[in-house]
Design a protein around this ligand. Sequence first.
Ligand code: SF4
Length: 243
Amino acid sequence: MIKALIARIKQGYRTMEFPSPEIKLPPRFLGLPEIKAAGLEKAAAACPYAAISAQAGTLDLGRCVFCGACAKASPAVKFTKEYKLCAGSREDLVLGRDGARRARPVPEDLRRILGRSFKLRQVSAGGCGACEADCNVLGTLAFDLGRFGVQFVASPRHADAVLITGPVTKNMALALRKTYDAVPAPKLVIACGACAISGGPYSGHEECPGIPADIPVDLYIPGCPPHPLTILDGILRLIGRVE
Ligand code: SF4
């Protein structure tokens, strides 16, 4: 016991401050891209998921899997270390040369209902496990999601929102529907990762119809998988805890 206590004292306080200008991301991290007009054709040709339109001068963060192939093919795309990528609408995920539009908080009356607590029911609708792992890691001491009053819960009846990962396969469509229906109103929906947003690599596949049109999405979290900080920033932005 004494050894455990000494080790704990030596380790010190391990939970990161958030939000904080001190946050350092690893050198391999690819964050918000910046795009230029010249040379965008080459970048578009290199993209395996048709996320770039050279004609429109846009990059769709909802389709992008952050593989970096476009940036290697052309200097027209440059990835920054910016992890704040979430948007409140599908259109806001389409980056033009004028930069990004970030997610906005839900209306004040809904925030009043939520109070200081926000409970999420996660549905892995055909996900590979990567987005799920990055949601899971938010519960560890490094991120400590619970200190913000945010928790993943087991029952949809205890939840304020459904967080969806994966491309929503036909096999998982009924489970998602039942979960969504079981969450009491007013309820929010979060699409986490490129698969949930656009189908990702499975876009257009007949087995992956995606999130049904009558399940409205309130927050889009891009990435493949999104970095835990991107997820954390998006969730806190949605409930008005960061600006
Ligand atoms: S990083 Fe995104 S936009 Fe660039 S090639 Fe990969 S999927 Fe396409």
